[in-house]
Design a protein around this ligand. Structure first.
Ligand SMILES: [Zn+2]
Length: 499
């Protein structure tokens, strides 16, 4: 790192507090017909009611929106349904029928947020809250769903992040007593336009017998998950990260009395003997069609596949340790020398020597696949370094640099940008400080392109100061490089839980 850039980042570090760890990662996830939606602002959970940006309603549900500044009124129109909502008020109108909302629409940071359950149901969508994965699923009615496609989500909230919204399927809006058109005899005021019988959560085939398959047992072995059903059905799978979970949906299924008995509240839990499975949880996900959801809480990322079973109704899912893709990035290269040391040695050469040594250690790890952004003295654009990691869908990204300021400053700095990189930054920083013997200058945030625009945990390690004579002398010795390279390799292994 060059002097000017270092000075700039010192200022940036002072100005920027730690990133808001609780923002996007913890947000409630939204799915529409299995596709994960990415609204302009994260959905919010207000006392168990989810509110979402109104633009999501217009874009995804195909409604037209208009705004009345005087009345602070949002009008949503789709086909023959007109919904009127008022900012900060819980009264709402569908046509001329008045409803009382459990949560009022709000405007926050210029984004209008409206209650998703009320609006979606009034527009004829089925709304499903899944407590197991803390997500809201919307389903358009009477559409042909493609086969075996449920949310291809890669990021999701942690299960404990948000307060638990009401798990019931009752609407968040209550019709005014006596209001014309409100079907007071049923718990849902939208029953008149509610899902056609064919609306389905999953496209799975119902069992040939026409009966629901009963889920009789859910268990793990040392390398498999085995679910025994009374009938053969086609399950749907998807994977959620942060934390790692495998979700198995069993359409046209119900729980056996024994599994129903084991439930505490809405969900049941099964202990695991699989080393990488913390536990399994199950619950009824939907009634249209009846669908049981099993969530496999994993201790680490894992590859899964359905194994053929000869036994009727038996689902065998084999779990295999996932391979990890590690990108090592030697900073600078070719015409971009990086910092020039007190004895006129070049940072680019130090970085490459370090990365080469780290790679030599990690190449021996059977669970790690490696990629180097450069393995010789060539120049790679920052955006290309990012692209290499993102295109490869890397598990993590480690960039190695040497620092420069004045001759008095020395020590290790480890940088990250996104909150998902903090754990890796902290772990690696401790390793480098201990192995190098250089002073601890802290884990810091900065907007480096390679740590900001990568999609995976990404850090930039400033091993020491090439402008400090003592540190510089050490940094160009084989002994120092070997020791610190071993520490970085060890940090990567520890982060990936590789023994
Ligand atoms: Zn550098």
């Amino acid at each position: 790192m060059k002097k000017l850039v270092f000075a700039l980042f010192t200022v940036v570090c002072l100005l920027i507090a730690l990133p808001n760890v609780s923002s996007a990662d913890d947000a409630v996830q939204l799915f529409l017909n299995g596709k994960r939606l990415q609204p302009e602002a994260p959905p919010r959970n207000v006392d168990g009611n989810i509110i979402v940006p109104v633009r999501l309603v217009t874009q995804e549900l195909g409604a037209k929106v208009s705004w009345d500044d005087k009345e602070r009124k949002v009008t949503l129109v789709k086909e023959d349904t007109t919904i009127q909502l008022y900012i900060g008020r819980t009264d709402a109108y569908v046509g001329k029928v008045k409803y009382v909302l459990d949560v009022a629409p709000v405007i926050e940071n210029d984004v209008t947020l409206v209650p998703v359950r009320f609006v979606s149901q009034e527009f004829g969508l089925k709304v499903n809250w899944d407590d197991l994965t803390k997500s809201v699923s919307l389903f358009r009615q009477a559409v042909e769903l493609p086969s075996v496609t449920l949310p291809p989500a890669s990021v999701s909230p942690s299960p404990s992040a948000a307060p638990t919204p009401k798990p019931t399927l009752s609407p968040s809006a209550t019709p005014q007593p006596g209001a014309s058109g409100s079907p007071s005899s049923t718990p849902t005021p939208v029953s008149s336009k509610s899902p056609s019988p064919g609306a389905s959560v999953s496209p799975g085939q119902s069992p040939a017998s026409g009966k629901l398959a009963q889920v009789q047992s859910i268990k793990t072995t040392a390398d498999q998950i085995i679910v025994q059903l009374s009938e053969t059905i086609t399950p749907n799978f998807f994977y959620l990260s942060n934390p790692d979970r495998l979700v198995i949906d069993l359409p046209y299924a119900e729980l056996s009395p024994a599994l129903t008995e084991l439930k505490k509240g809405n969900e049941g839990e099964v202990a695991s003997v699989h080393p990488d499975v913390a536990k399994l949880r199950y619950a009824t996900f939907s009634n249209e069609p009846p669908t049981i959801r099993v969530v496999v809480d994993l201790n680490k990322k894992i590859d899964y596949n359905l194994v053929d079973s000869k036994k009727p109704g038996e689902l065998i899912i084999s779990l295999k340790q996932a391979r990890y893709k590690v990108v090592l990035d030697a900073g600078h290269g070719d015409g971009d020398s990086g910092a020039v040391s007190v004895t006129k040695k070049l940072e680019k050469n130090f970085n490459l020597a370090m990365v080469t040594k780290i790679a030599a250690i990690l190449e021996k790890e059977s669970l790690i696949d490696l990629k180097l952004t450069r393995s010789d003295d060539t120049f790679v654009e920052l955006d290309d370094r990012v692209k290499i990691a993102n295109d490869w869908n890397a598990t993590l990204f480690v960039s190695v640099h040497g620092n420069k300021y004045n001759s008095n400053i020395r020590g290790v700095e480890t940088y990250y940008t996104r909150s998902d990189s903090l754990a890796l930054a902290k772990l690696m920083h401790g390793k480098i400080v201990a192995a190098s013997g250089n002073p601890d200058r802290g884990v810091r945030t900065a907007d480096f392109r390679v740590t900001k625009n990568t999609n995976m945990p990404a850090i930039l390690c400033e091993i020491g100061y090439l402008s400090n004579p003592a540190e510089e002398a050490m940094m160009f010795t084989e002994a120092f490089q070997n020791k610190v390279a071993a520490a970085i390799a060890q940090g990567i292994k520890e982060y990936l839980h590789i023994p």
